[in-house]
Design a protein around this ligand. Structure first.
Ligand code: DAT
Ligand code: MG
Length: 170
């Protein structure tokens, strides 16, 4: 009985720890970089309590971006989207935390800034869908695919922030 209780405790504990290690792929797009919004965007994720585990500054090729947006390849805006995304440097990042995929999307706001709520990144910082400054994964599965596309495993850093015990209850 005691052993069962201990095992149940550890299984619950490890489940909540695993959930807190959910990861999402967030990227400041070329317009966000050109407009000097990189710091502001990072600050929002940091202040929320999410953990930065990977980041770089790069100019992505059209081929790479076609892979990133392969699900949208049949859409009429696809060629323009790829050109815009390849028009300047971007800041791809991986953020980790409890429910970070869903919460990250909520922090971004709706795809089209005219529908993004005030207080969200897109709602506050941009106007048109073709210049919506930031990308965020829409599911845990696509996050994994996108992280694998943009980062080598060794570029994603496992670390424990000093403030972790002040962000999570356990
Ligand atoms: P999100 O970026 O919110 O995940 P998405 O995956 O549907 O949205 O589309 C990817 C990007 O493509 C989006 O951030 C901006 C662009 N886009 C989407 N719909 C568009 C449209 N109707 N016209 C122009 N660009 C569009
Ligand atoms: Mg998307």
């Amino acid at each position: 009985m005691v052993i069962c209780t201990i095992l149940a405790f550890f299984s619950l504990f490890s489940k909540s720890m695993a959930a807190a290690r959910e990861r999402t792929f967030i990227m400041v797009k070329p317009d966000g970089v050109q407009r000097g919004l990189v710091g502001k965007i990072i600050k929002k994720f940091e202040a929320k309590g999410f953990k930065l585990v990977a980041m770089k500054f790069m100019w992505a090729s059209e081929d790479h971006l076609k892979k990133h947006y392969s699900d949208l390849s049949a859409r009429p805006f696809f060629p323009g989207l790829v050109k815009y995304m390849a028009s300047g440097p971007v800041v791809p990042m991986v953020w980790e935390g409890l429910n970070v995929v869903k919460t990250g999307r909520q922090m971004l706001g709706a795809t089209d800034p005219k529908d993004s709520a005030p207080g969200t990144i897109r709602g506050d910082l941009c106007i048109q869908v073709g210049r919506n400054i930031i990308h965020g994964s829409d599911s845990v599965e696509s996050a994994q695919k996108e992280i694998d596309l943009w980062f080598e495993p060794k570029e994603v850093i496992a670390w424990r922030p000093a403030a972790e015990a002040w962000v999570y209850e356990d």
